[in-house]
Design a protein around this ligand. Structure first.
Ligand SMILES: [Zn+2]
Length: 297
């Protein structure tokens, strides 16, 4: 009898060990620290602060335009599993709002505290990340959120953030130097949608106009708006239209036919790329600035 009980205890112990072993493998991501970001550039910025302590995933894959994104059922599952979600905010993640509404999630807006550019008709401009100085505020917001989520990592997050902020300041200096190659009267931007306001403010460009006169790519221009843009391009002799690689370039090509303007349609404004040329936020900015300077100088 004793023998049987002993062997039952041994069996139970083995089973328990086995279950624990399995559990720690299959549910490892639940116990490990993990953060979900809405987009790829936010994932990269967050990884720079989180280092190895936190697993950082982007909800949207590389190459996806958040303005026009339609969430999938898998997205809902990812959101459900996440305790901390980092979004750009300022109305950027329209696709996410219905998914996170009602869910008791810790959702952090990276752009919180910044004063957005606003327009009575179009609302709020969310494209703050195209000015690296404003991304320094993103870093501070994300650092605080990580330190609250994982207090034991606070010192690591602070020191990683300090290193990254220095890199962002260096990027800002690099952009200023690049832009100096473009004569002041040629610092003209024509874009697909109005993504360049903060960038233009920081680096002294004039935004001549946009094919889609909206803070979102998910809109369409009227015939009158198109005609107005064509007039402005002719009048100011704007050298180039700049599009994101994900944008439809049909209207830009039509404008080019009428005005002779160059179409640069391979910028990366809303997403990183897998590998070069825009594998990180800093690479993305350097790539875009190089394309802009080449086209205007
Ligand atoms: Zn945009």
């Amino acid at each position: 009898m004793k023998k049987i009980i002993n062997s039952i205890i041994v069996m139970m112990t083995i089973t328990a060990l086995f279950l624990t072993g399995c559990g720690s493998v299959s549910t490892g991501s639940d116990s490990a620290l993990s953060v979900l970001t809405s987009t790829t550039f936010l994932a990269d910025i967050t990884r720079n602060i989180a280092g190895d302590r936190v697993n950082v995933d982007s909800l949207l894959p590389a190459g996806t335009d958040p303005h026009a994104y339609q969430p999938s059922p898998q997205d809902m599952a990812k959101i459900e599993k996440s305790r901390l979600i980092i979004i750009n905010g300022a109305g950027y993640e329209q696709f996410l709002l219905s998914l996170i509404a009602g869910a008791e999630k810790n959702v952090i807006e990276a752009s919180a505290g910044l004063s957005p550019r606003e327009d009575a008709e179009q609302g709020v401009d969310p494209h703050m990340w195209l000015d690296p100085n404003l991304v320094i505020s993103y870093v501070e917001n994300i650092r605080k959120a990580l330190a609250e989520y994982d207090p034991a990592g606070e010192a690591v997050y602070q020191s990683n953030a300090d290193v990254y902020v220095a890199q962002l300041q260096e990027l800002d200096g690099w952009i200023k130097m690049q832009v100096e190659q473009v004569p002041a009267d040629k610092r003209l931007l024509v874009t697909n949608h109005e993504a360049f306001g903060y960038f233009a403010d920081r680096y002294s460009f004039e935004v001549v106009g946009s094919v889609v006169p909206s803070f979102s790519s998910n809109a369409a221009p009227s015939a009158q708006q198109m005609a107005g843009l064509i007039d402005a391009i002719k009048k100011l002799k704007a050298p180039a239209i700049f599009l994101d690689t994900a944008d439809n370039n049909t209207l830009a090509e039509q404008i080019a036919d009428e005005t002779g303007i160059k179409v640069i349609d391979d910028l990366h404004l809303e997403s990183l790329t897998e590998g070069a040329p825009a594998a990180t936020y800093i690479d993305m900015m350097k790539y875009n600035v190089s394309r802009i300077v080449e086209a205007l100088k």
